[in-house]
Design a protein around this ligand. Structure first.
Ligand SMILES: Cc1cc2nc3c(=O)[nH]c(=O)nc-3n(C[C@H](O)[C@H](O)[C@H](O)COP(=O)(O)OP(=O)(O)OC[C@H]3O[C@@H](n4cnc5c(N)ncnc54)[C@H](O)[C@@H]3O)c2cc1C
Length: 303
């Protein structure tokens, strides 16, 4: 818990951008999560560097979030400093068929801008509710394509506030992962290479994808998308459904009837409900198929 002097110093350093005991459920699509001791939303790279310098000086742990669409924050919340990379770092720049986007830009904005500029290649990101930074870290993807296929370069900030560029090829993209995951590097910007395409064709493809998502995903309830990674050669949703997992429930956390790899928050689900349900689902699939499901969602904070 920050003492009042520490709180005052940080609030002076980043006026208007610091909150204390911020409920993380306001920043996750699951609408779940206890309080962050200190919560900062930088309004640019200088702010970000200042927040990191402060954390280093005061020896505070740092957690970084984007859109919170792949996050389970535990009920006890997060100690130290949470940095949200959002609208303050969301600039978009288009050069030919290449788009550079601030890490805080929402994917919806990126896909819209690409469509308007007649740049194809990002269509598969339609309907993924995260930010550019989160998509790079997670190598977000759908329908056979992933962020790593189009990401040519990123700008990163390290703990000391130093900026560096790295090529997309050096980011170790794999299935829902990159070598940046678990590192202390923060994505500040990413560049995506597209190809020129008729805006109408882009729009039609994106519409098709959004329609498919509406039909196959429980978009009416808070969730974090797929909870488990797909095991090699099969889909986690299929295994959970075949094992009879649809509709399983702990408190207000329930395995969706629409898509068995989604756990939905029916109202007041707590992180402990979701974690217990995840354990039960894992057990069910293990007993039936001897397959160990691995979480795709990132878990932060303490009980
Ligand atoms: C309805 C729904 C549908 C979804 N569909 C898909 C899908 O089809 N495909 C798919 O891949 N995912 C899907 N997701 C999951 C999620 O949207 C993606 O994983 C997305 O890329 C996460 O981005 P985010 O900004 O929300 O990241 P967050 O959830 O905030 O964070 C995810 C991870 O990235 C880290 N992180 C975030 N931003 C940064 C940054 N700037 N620098 C360093 N680290 C950072 C966090 O520390 C965390 O480890 C879905 C989610 C929902 C709710």
């Amino acid at each position: 818990m920050p003492d009042s002097e520490l709180a005052r110093q940080l609030a002076d350093l980043l006026p208007g951008r610091v909150r204390f005991h911020e409920p993380m459920k306001l920043h996750t699509t699951w609408r779940i999560g206890g309080p962050a001791d200190i919560f900062v939303e930088p309004q640019g790279v200088d702010d970000l560097a200042r927040a990191l310098a402060f954390a280093r000086r005061e020896n505070l742990p740092v957690a970084v979030i984007g859109g919170g669409s792949n996050l389970l924050v535990k009920d006890g919340g997060i100690r130290g400093l949470v940095i949200k990379i959002g609208e303050g770092l969301a600039q978009l720049e288009i050069l030919g068929a290449r788009i550079s986007a601030g890490a805080g830009a929402k994917l919806a904005r990126l896909t819209r801008a690409a469509k308007e500029a007649g740049i194809g290649g990002c269509e598969f990101l339609a309907g993924i509710p995260g930010t550019v930074g989160g998509a790079v870290i997670m190598n977000a993807g759908a329908y056979g394509k992933a962020t790593g296929d189009i990401c040519t370069a990123v700008k990163l900030m390290d703990e000391a506030g130093r900026l560096a560029e790295r090529s997309g090829a050096a980011l170790g993209f794999g299935y829902r992962t990159s070598s940046l995951k678990g590192s202390k590097l923060i994505v500040v910007e990413a560049s995506f290479q597209g190809v020129f395409r008729e805006p109408q064709a882009i729009e039609a493809e994106m519409k098709g994808i959004l329609e498919k998502r509406k039909q196959t995903q429980p978009l009416g309830h808070p969730s974090a998308g797929s909870v488990f990674k797909n095991p090699p050669g099969t889909s986690a949703g299929f295994l959970i459904e075949q094992a009879g997992g649809k509709g399983m429930r702990v408190g207000d956390a329930a395995v969706s009837h629409v898509h068995a790899n989604f756990i939905v928050n029916l109202g007041r689900a707590a992180a402990r409900d979701v974690l217990e349900l995840m354990e039960r689902v894992k057990m069910l699939v293990w007993q039936k198929y001897a397959v160990e499901l691995e979480p795709e969602v990132q878990i932060l904070g303490e009980d």
